[in-house]
Design a protein. Structure first.
Length: 99
């Protein structure tokens, strides 16, 4: 019984070491969405600074991508701007009628 427990315990320790972390950002254990970064601006800023420090290595990290997308969306919105119809000045239309 003790051997079985020891074997299972040893196997679990070995397998725990084999699980790769999903993000390379050392102070995060999971991947956050862009919405979560938008809600937590100080954390987003911290991740952006970390990722900008070595963009060659962290460019493809999901947290770096999501933090950048959150910052982009916060600055410019969703890009779904209303159409603006230019107004023709009154003097331009009155001159056209006079000719």
């Amino acid at each position: 019984m003790k051997r079985t427990f020891a074997a299972v315990f040893a196997a679990s320790l070995i397998l725990t070491g084999c699980v790769e972390k999903v993000t390379q950002v050392p102070f995060l254990d999971k991947v956050l969405t862009a919405s979560e970064f938008t809600a937590q601006q100080p954390l987003r800023q911290r991740v952006l600074v970390f990722c900008a420090n070595d963009p060659g290595r962290f460019r493809g990290d999901p947290n770096c991508i999501n933090a950048q997308q959150s910052a982009r969306s916060t600055m410019v919105g969703n890009g779904n701007f209303p159409r603006v119809q230019p107004a023709v000045p009154a003097w331009a239309t009155s001159q056209a009628k006079d000719k």
